[in-house]
Ligand binder design. Structure first.
Ligand SMILES: [Zn+2]
Length: 371
């Protein structure tokens, strides 16, 4: 196991999960709320955590596919009822984001909405946030080192809650936890991580350290994803993917772009329950083509790293090889939804940091290219 302190303290490597009891002790957590989901509980992975911290640990499993305000409130009620003093999040991005909401409201008064970034909530979130340990079971979202939580409010607005205080106090990244991840989820979560590295690298904000991390993460994921997809038990590929996903999360602060503006909007269509990583995989090629003339040198650099001459076309091939859908219509998206989607993409926080500005019509054109 390696210990890396960058934004937060990260325990990384095969077997790192074993450091959970010591991390809890260091952070003064004696009675944690464990936040995970039913999918993970059904794989038996959850027992690896409860065997370390006690079988009677209060556990919240009803995390929706995309975290909701009511989910946060339910978990918070359990946290209070059980007298918890910290949160352990175990799973993909959804349990980790929901746990951030619980850690926030455990110590901050009032409704969740007032803490949303676009509603002026950033300075209202203080260092009093309850201690949170994040343990990812996918190599994808990077939420374990991210300062944002995306939570859908009861009024259906999907909002970003953003603060350095929401970064988990410990991220325990144990690639062994991803060895049993099925090929489809390996592909979809891996492409989410790849999209974080690409979009933060192309973001116009000045942050060369973040760009260097993003390019390194891009290289690792590009090389390791096909290997982990072909052989889920390839421990080296799993480790490289987990590091690439972590690196994507380390660079979020530079801002994402149009891929995420659209996938956040599409993820808000309640009737479809679309998978974030799958959406990003489909959206990356047309967005890269849109951005090509705004950031030619950066795209050339990524192509050099990947050893390809046309990154958008190479990503389309990769999606095909990994068995991912090529179009949004296959997922149930219709042209009648475009106005709704584009309006929300324009209001999304990731819209501001795309390297080339887009109008609602431009967003519709990108959607149309993958129908
Ligand atoms: Zn993402």
């Amino acid at each position: 196991m390696h210990i890396i302190t960058y934004l937060t303290t990260i325990h990384f490597g095969s077997g790192a999960l074993g450091s959970l009891p010591a991390a809890m002790q260091e952070l003064g957590i004696s009675r944690p709320l464990l936040v995970s989901d039913h999918g993970i509980a059904s794989t038996g992975l959850l027992e690896r955590v409860t065997s370390l911290i006690g079988k009677d640990v209060p556990t919240f499993l009803d995390v929706p596919t995309n975290p909701t305000e009511s989910g946060v409130q339910q978990a918070l009620a359990l946290y209070r009822q059980q007298g918890c003093d910290g949160v352990v999040a175990f799973g993909g991005g959804s349990p980790i984001d929901l746990a951030k909401g619980v850690a926030l409201l455990a110590t901050h008064p009032g409704d969740l909405a007032q803490y949303a970034g676009i509603l002026g909530g950033i300075p209202r979130i203080t260092a009093a946030v309850a201690p949170l340990i994040a343990i990812p079971t996918t190599a994808g979202t990077g939420s374990e080192v991210g300062r944002a939580a995306l939570i859908t409010l009861d009024d259906e607005r999907k909002l970003g809650f953003i603060s350095p205080h929401l970064i988990p106090k410990r991220a325990i990244c144990d690639p062994d936890l991803t060895l049993g991840l099925p090929p489809f989820l390996t592909a979809a979560t891996g492409l989410d991580a790849l999209s974080h590295c690409i979009e933060t690298y192309l973001s116009p904000r000045y942050n060369p350290p973040a760009e260097a991390i993003a390019v390194d993460g891009f290289a690792r994921i590009w090389a390791a994803l096909p290997k982990a997809f072909a052989d889920g038990a390839d421990a080296d590929a799993r480790s490289e993917l987990m590091m690439g996903a972590l690196q994507g999360g380390m660079t979020f602060q530079k801002g994402l772009g149009a891929v995420h503006a659209l996938s956040h909007a599409l993820g808000g269509i309640k009737s479809l329950k679309l998978h974030h990583g799958t959406l990003n995989a489909i959206l990356m090629p047309p967005v890269l083509r849109w951005n090509a003339d705004a950031v030619p040198a950066k795209i050339a650099r990524l192509q050099e790293v990947a050893g390809v001459s046309d990154l958008a076309a190479a990503l389309e091939r990769l999606n095909r090889d990994l068995g991912l859908p090529a179009t949004l219509s296959e997922l149930g998206v219709t042209r009648a939804m475009f106005d709704w989607i584009c309006e929300r993409a324009l209001a999304d926080h990731s819209h501001q940091t795309n390297p080339k500005p887009l109008s609602a019509t431009d967003y519709a054109g990108i959607l149309d290219a993958v129908m």
